[in-house]
Structure formats: structure tokens, C-alpha cells
Design a binder for this molecule. Sequence first.
Ligand code: MN
Length: 263
Amino acid sequence: MRDEDKEDKILNILISNDDGIYSRGLYELAKRMIAFGKVTVVAPDKEQSATGHAITLHRPLRCRKIKLYDLDIDAWWVNGTPTDCVKLGVETLLAEDPDLIISGINDGENLGTDIIYSGTVSAAIEGSIFNIPAIAVSYAKHGEADFSLAAEIAYDVINQVLKFNAGDCLLLNINIPEIKNKSDLKGIRITRLGVKKYKNSFKEYTDPRGNSYYWLAGELIDGELGEDTDIYAIRNGFVSITPLNIDLTGYKDINMLKAWKFT
Ligand code: MN
């Protein structure tokens, strides 16, 4: 994402996430990214997972500069969504536009159709809307896992990404598989989004007053597991890198619709 002749430029990196500013994944990522340049964190004050691309319009946004553990970086929490954080960071809090926005490291994978709901991916998408290169990083862990290992892998991958010519590509979704040691990693795959489907999504319960309530849970049935998908890569021990764009236009249907005889 940078040209050869800019090799020595100090990168201005904005980091956000959806797990909240005090999450382990963000801390380990920020710590590693300091090697690339000036790191600034603008992240939600509490967990905002699965808030998608929501923005806050009907109440004030507050932010506060904090000391983030032992890191010698500027860090703000914002009482809003990941998208709010990136917007506020780029438009207000940072002295200059960042060269790169990284969102993560998310506690859990962001694969296939699930990325629509992802606050992690949405923070990166917001960066790309500003025309700033952006990367979402998620760790496909289940239960306790080592975020410092995930950050080490993220560092290695991003270090390579930064050396390639990315052309107009502004948005990458990176997932790291659950592994115990770095040597367990099978490699890096460039992938497309698969499809994730769930069954029995809602569990029904009864509250103390006899009324039903529902809790979203359900079992995952991997819908589409083609070998070129992100889901396949992660299930088989590869880092998955999916280039994304946010143009949702159904191009293949445009000509068909144009042939419809509207009056
Ligand atoms: Mn999350």
C-alpha cells in the first residue's frame, strides 16, 4: 500500500476495533504496529461487536484521551460505534489523515457473509470511504487464545502487504486461523468471501412474568466451502486475505433490469 520510493516514510496508522479499547487484541496489535510508524488509537469505550456500520446520530459523542496500558501512543476512547471512531478520528482527533487504518485484532473470525454484521470490518470500510487504505484483522480463536501470537502473525502479513503495489485496492479483510504455534501456520491464501449460514438462530425463553423472549444463538452450518473461500482457508490453517469493495451494485443484473418495460 505504499510505493517503493516512500519506503522510509513514517506511516501514520489509526487503529480501531469493535471489542473496545481495552481489549487484548487491540493492545497487542497497537504494540506491534509501532514498528511501522506513529500509531494512534481511537476505539469504542466498550464492546461494539456486531454493530455493523452503525453511526450515532441522536445523542452526543464523547471521547477521552487515555493512557493505554504501557503504550507510548495517543489513544482516545469514544462512546460510539467503530464507524463513529474512524469518522471522529479522521475528521477531528488526528492532526493529519492517517496513511493506513487497521481494525482489530478482533476476538473471533470475520468470514463470508458474517462481515456484513461486523463492527471490525465496518471500521475498515469507513477508512476506505475516506480513500484511506484499510485492513480488518480478526483472529479465528475459540476460547482462550494467544493474541500476542496473532499480532505477531498480523505484523508479518501486514509487513509484506505494505511492500506490494496495491493499486487502487483500499480494503483488505485478514483472518488468522487458530493455531498454537507460528510453525502450525500453513501459509497465506488470497480468498473470496464464502457463505455462512446458521440454523435454529433464535432460542426462545420465558421471562419471570411469563412472556417469551428470544436470544440470538444458533448453530453454524458452513454454507459454501469452496477451496477459494476465506472459510476454507481458515478451517485449514491458512491466513486468509480477502480484498473487499463496498459497491453493492448487482452489475450482472443491470442489463436484465434495463430490458424491463417500465411505463
Ligand atoms: Mn468483536
